[in-house]
Write a protein that binds this ligand. Structure first.
Ligand SMILES: [Zn+2]
Length: 239
């Protein structure tokens, strides 16, 4: 009962709940064959595309956590993900529920109050997030094209967002404590997460510095990426 859960935006209180696994086993896919495919393909599903660079010494069972998604590496059309709904409504790939819980538990012990502001997004949700950001900049007085350009510095085009992969989370502090970002920067790798869009790396990642956006890659890769001060693109040799 002391197990730390993951709170998502809108949580009514700071009471800690374990994430809810959807009782109907929600599969966020259109095809009825999803279950059969997953049973048959297991973890290898995300690594079937031959043009996806994966560190050579990785086994197939680890490949799912090293899938590269960026502007030049869109998600496969048939991308499948089994999600777990977190308290408050956001979801993540079920496979990162436990490491994310552990990360949050450690952050709480350090005095922070992390929550998932944004987790898994469907393609349609990513389209909505991008449209909202463009509208925001237009409201700020930018023309249509300039608003689109500015938005694309922060929000990936639909089909190229790690949020659609289910392995990325935007983490905020309930009290708005931005020191949480500094703590995450140093400790997230211990739980298998990397700061995916570091400072001064937008030429490589295509996305501006986002201290809140963390991506699960597994503890081994996360440690190497952290110690080597690398981006995922560099780690995978995809630059
Ligand atoms: Zn994000």
């Amino acid at each position: 009962m002391n197990r730390s859960g993951i709170r998502a935006r809108g949580a009514a209180s700071r009471t800690i709940f374990p994430p809810r696994r959807n009782p109907k086993g929600r599969w966020l896919v259109a095809a009825l064959i999803a279950g059969a495919l997953l049973c048959a393909g297991g973890l290898g599903l995300l690594s079937t595309a031959t043009d996806r660079p994966v560190a050579a010494d990785r086994t197939d069972s680890e490949a799912w956590q090293l899938v590269l998604v960026n502007a030049t590496h869109p998600l496969p059309e048939d991308h499948l993900v089994e999600t777990v709904e977190l308290d408050g409504g956001e979801s993540v790939d079920a496979r990162i529920e436990e490491p994310l819980s552990e990360l949050f538990r450690a952050a709480e012990q350090a005095g922070y109050h992390p929550f998932v502001r944004s987790g898994y997004r469907t393609r349609a949700e990513q389209e909505r997030v991008l449209a909202e950001r463009i509208a925001y900049y237009e409201d700020q007085g930018l023309g249509e094209q300039a608003a689109q350009q500015e938005a694309s510095r922060w929000v990936a085009q639909p089909g190229t967002s790690e949020h659609e992969l289910g392995l990325a989370v935007d983490i905020n502090d309930e009290d708005g404590d931005e020191e949480l970002y500094a703590w995450l920067d140093v400790h997230a790798h211990e739980y298998g997460f990397i700061k995916r869009y570091p400072e001064d790396a937008s030429q490589i990642t295509g996305i501006s510095h986002e201290p809140w956006h963390y991506r699960y890659v597994g503890t081994e890769a996360a440690r190497d990426i952290y110690l080597g001060d690398l981006t995922l693109e560099e780690y995978l040799g995809a630059v």
